[in-house]
Unconditional design. Structure first.
Length: 142
């Protein structure tokens, strides 16, 4: 009986810690690619990504939410193979008609670019289409 109670307390504590950490940073990892980003107010035109580990040179894209999946690109920042930290990404907050483009959830995504050269200019339009991301991490933006 005591063992069950201890197990329940431990499981409850684990659940609380897991939920608390979700609000602080959203990590995701696939094939050596990893993104850590925390919830933040993106209405000022910038997003801070804590870290992005890339298997190869490419781009960190910030995308709007499109029915629970990454949508249109709002901003981008080059990433080099390996660990990239404290990335500041300027984002477009409104379209040409003045309509708000920052949704309650945004997506930080990594896209490889085999033709990336230094210094970076802009991502190839072909690779920034939704669905080309290696990894996509949702985060709160308001």
């Amino acid at each position: 009986m005591k063992t069950r109670k201890s197990s329940s307390v431990l499981m409850g504590l684990f659940l609380v810690l897991a939920l608390a950490s979700f609000g602080m940073a959203s990590p995701a990892s696939t094939s050596g690619n990893r993104i850590m980003v925390h919830a933040q107010d993106a209405n000022l035109g910038q997003v801070i990504v804590d870290s992005a580990t890339a298997a190869q040179d490419g781009w960190l894209l910030i995308r709007e939410d499109s029915n629970g999946t990454p949508g249109r690109m709002l901003g981008f920042e080059p990433v080099h193979q390996g660990l990239n930290t404290n990335l500041t990404v300027d984002i477009q907050t409104s379209n040409s008609d003045g309509h708000d483009m920052v949704s309650a959830t945004l997506w930080a995504t990594l896209v490889p670019d085999d033709s990336a050269i230094t210094p970076f200019a802009v991502p190839n339009p072909v690779i920034v289409e939704p669905g080309t991301d290696l990894i996509a991490v949702p985060f709160g933006s308001r």
